[in-house]
Ligand binder design. Structure first.
Ligand SMILES: [Mg+2]
Length: 169
């Protein structure tokens, strides 16, 4: 958590909400292949990153297309992290999570360009980027490396959109 907090401290512009996929992003498995009775585990850096966000007052949310939401929510409870998310959108959908993000947006009132999103499926990344959300592909789960990449890309996108606005005036 210490390292993730220090990393957040470096950036002047920060997202208001960080949205995470579950399977192969926060945890290293597909929960549809597991039993409710299993003891789940997270990727090594996931918990520290979630705690650091909470400490810095940055909200977190979940956008998952898991076909077994009951297993996902059981695992979130077992891991003791269920209360760390202001929105948990866990349902199967034929879209690339645009309906998940619409729900998250209406629940939190955070604008898309103030959100940062992590997912291991490039189709979701492409689609959600189009909404204006800074979206980062993860290959080995959420870790400090992709977290830094996300914060960096977020502030670059933010600066770029502010410059655009200035030019328009
Ligand atoms: Mg996934």
């Amino acid at each position: 958590m210490e390292e993730a907090s220090q990393m957040i401290g470096v950036f002047q512009v920060l997202p208001k909400l960080v949205v995470f996929d579950l399977d192969h992003t926060l945890w290293p498995f597909y929960c549809e292949c597991r039993s409710k009775n299993d003891t789940p585990s997270l990727f090594p850096h996931s918990r520290g990153i979630l705690s650091a966000l909470k400490n810095k007052g940055i909200d977190a949310a979940i956008a998952s297309k898991s076909p077994t939401p009951h297993i996902a929510t059981t695992f979130l409870d077992k891991l003791g992290i269920a209360s760390m998310f202001v929105a948990q959108e866990i349902f199967y959908s034929s879209t690339h999570k645009t309906d998940h993000f619409q729900r998250i947006q209406s629940k939190t009132s955070v604008s898309y360009n103030s959100m940062l999103f992590f997912d291991d499926d490039n189709n979701n990344i492409k689609e959600i980027s189009k909404l204006g959300v800074t979206s980062i592909l993860v290959r080995n789960g959420v870790n400090l490396g992709v977290f830094r990449e996300g914060l960096t890309k977020f502030s670059q996108n933010w600066d770029a959109s502010k410059n655009k606005q200035k030019r328009r005036k």
